[in-house]
Design a protein. Structure first.
Lengths: 396, 226
């Protein structure tokens, strides 16, 4: 397995500022699949064939692939909802088959697509399921429920409701809270956001990453949505029909260096555009662009414009970007900040994805976006800069 | 004149009969209630067993349904008669057939109830490490409850009606009053027996309905939410 820490050292910390959970330095192997196979019927082709997979502690690993690739089967073998035909699965070095199955499952959070909340129990009771089985004291359970509701962003007024009274997104949050109730080190998620609409899905994905930044679980997530995989994964395991592992790598690497034709086809023709989704404006080298401070005067402005062969100049006052001034409007007698600023500035934030920045630039009149770093001018982004970033090393 | 007198002699209800025969009416009513309860409780226990078998072994559902449906088709008078040589004119001869008639309804509803539990709820329960016993008791049984309550209501109401037939083997509760009235062409006990039987059925039905609602608060919340 590739040494990740070595790669890490070459990177800047802020490269991962968008999602602190991603890129956390990860140590030991939490889950190890060793030549795991599953054949449902003796005569049929195997659903999973001799799969090896090392999942690092505290990372999000996404299992993805076309239908029939055994991704859900693989997930369900980890908590023994399906028993492997051969091979060995270890959690923290311990063979899962060596433990009473109910005990094992109580230590593994499990979230499924349809959530599977118990309709006859209140939200609070649903969340309390595993702690109750573990025999926690009532007061401790009550505290934990409050804590979890806060963690997943559930109003505490919802706790006494029944699942049918909640929206799909709220139910999914309860599902996550329930899975985390006894603070299990491992969380298995089977298409957790498959049943909600795209807007809610995006929000839940963001919430998962925020949550992960706080709890640092080892998460194995199954999806069929490559964009979801690229967004949430530390590593993606791309499986082919029959449970064959085609590539196991970080999202950016999967896009930049697909191992073979299958991977290339699966990730889609817009690989480059997808890579833009994985990087933020902050990842780009700083570029000031044809921008001057108002106090620098017209001469400085002309000089900068010549340097960039630009017909526009950006003007800042006390590090705040005021707008773009046309070359024709440059008059020697007027102070720079009094000139008409004909084009409103397209703005991006340091944490915006490059894809988002590209979208903003392409719909702006200026072919350039200004970085608004908490109200301060943080440089400019151009299409050229974005394009150049894709030629860099894949290491983030 | 004679005819008018005869009618006057035999009105629908003679109120003084209530007072004179109160002990007998009361006894009949209690006996009726007991027969119904014994029959339904035995029926429920047997149905639970049959349902468990049917749910565990899918192939068993069809023969079990066939058997309970067959029992249901046997005319009650015949069934009471069949048992008398074995158990005499005893309470057992009355209760067993009554219990047998509840099986079709109860097994059907219990099985439907457990089958109504969605697969994702079951999977979540297993995935969180519930033991099979805990899953059945804490998740599947409560979720099957609305169906079971419905089955129980039908079983109880139909059993209350059927108990009257057991009067032919001397065990009919209020049926005894009805039979007595028929034999003597005396309207009063017949009417009292029939009306009390109807009232008993309605009362028990209402009681189970209320108990069922109390047992399934989430269902009530869902209805009001809609």
């Amino acid at each position: 397995m590739r040494d990740r820490s070595e790669i890490r050292t070459t990177q800047t910390a802020e490269a991962n500022s968008q999602h602190p959970a991603k890129g956390r330095t990860i140590g030991s192997i939490a889950i190890k699949l060793d030549k795991v196979s599953k054949q449902f019927e003796a005569t049929s082709a195997p659903a999973v064939a001799s799969l090896n997979l090392d999942i690092e502690e505290g990372s999000i690993v996404v299992l993805i692939g076309p239908s029939g690739c055994g991704k859900t089967t693989t997930l369900r073998m980890i908590n023994r909802l399906i028993e492997p035909t051969s091979g060995r699965i270890e959690i923290n070095g311990e063979d899962v088959t060596q433990r009473p199955v109910a005990d094992l499952r109580r230590e593994i959070g499990y979230v499924i697509q349809q959530v599977g909340l118990f309709p006859h129990q209140t939200i609070a009771a649903n969340i309390a399921t595993v702690p109750k089985m573990l025999g926690w004291e009532k007061a401790r359970i009550a505290d934990r429920i409050e804590e979890l509701a806060d963690l997943v962003g559930l109003e505490s007024s919802l706790l006494e409701r029944y699942p049918d009274e909640l929206s799909g997104g709220q139910q999914q949050r309860v599902g996550v809270a329930r899975a985390l109730a006894a603070d299990p080190p491992v969380l298995l998620m089977d298409e957790p956001f498959g049943a909600v609409d795209p807007i809610v899905r995006t929000r839940l994905q963001d919430e998962l990453l925020e949550l992960q930044a706080r709890v640092g679980k080892t998460i194995v997530l199954v999806t069929h949505d490559i964009d979801e995989a690229l967004k949430v994964a530390d590593r993606i395991a791309l499986l082919n029909v029959g449970g064959i592992l085609e590539q196991y790598s970080r999202p950016d690497e999967l896009l930049a260096e697909p191992a073979n034709g299958f991977v290339e086809e699966f990730v889609g023709e817009d690989r480059s555009v997808k890579r833009l989704q994985l990087r933020t404006v902050a990842d780009l080298p700083f570029r000031r662009g044809p921008v001057v401070a108002a106090t620098d005067g017209v001469a400085a402005a002309r000089k900068v414009m010549a340097e960039y062969s630009s017909e526009w100049v950006g003007v800042t006052a006390e590090d705040v970007f005021l707008g773009w001034v046309r070359v024709d409007d440059l008059q020697t007698e007027a102070p720079l900040d009094a000139l008409p600023r004909s084009v409103p500035a397209a703005q991006v934030q340091p944490e915006s994805t490059l894809r988002n920045a590209m979208q903003i630039i392409m719909t702006s009149h200026s072919s350039v976006a200004v970085i608004d770093d908490g109200g301060r001018f943080g440089g400019v982004v151009t299409l050229e800069l974005i394009r150049a970033s894709l030629e860099e090393e894949t290491d983030r | 004149m004679t005819r008018l007198f005869a009618q006057a002699q035999n009105p629908i209800v003679r109120w003084e009969y209530f007072i004179d025969e109160w002990d007998q009416i009361q006894r009949a009513l209690i006996e009726h209630l007991q027969l119904t309860m014994y029959a339904v409780i035995i029926g429920l226990v047997v149905s639970a067993g049959l349902s468990a078998i049917a749910l565990r072994y899918r192939w068993a559902l069809t023969p079990i349904n066939g058997f309970t449906a067959f029992l249901y088709t046997i005319p009650s008078v015949a069934l009471f008669g069949i048992l008398v040589p074995y158990f005499g004119l005893s309470r057992l001869s009355a209760v067993l057939p009554l219990a047998a008639y509840t099986l079709l309804i109860l097994v059907t509803n219990i099985v439907a109830g457990f089958n109504s539990v969605s697969s994702e709820v079951r999977e979540a329960a297993i995935g969180m490490g519930m033991t099979p016993a805990r899953r059945v008791l804490h998740v599947e049984l409560p979720l099957a409850m609305p169906y079971i309550v419905t089955g129980l209501r039908i079983a109880v109401v139909s059993t209350v009606g059927l108990v009257t037939v057991a009067a032919i083997i001397g065990q009919g509760g209020l049926g005894g009053l009805i039979l007595d009235g028929l034999r003597r062409a005396f309207w009063t006990p017949m009417t009292i027996g029939a009306v009390l039987s109807i009232l008993l059925a309605l009362a028990l039905d209402g009681l189970i309905l209320v108990a069922g609602r109390w047992l399934t608060p989430w269902e009530q919340r869902r209805k009001t939410a809609m």
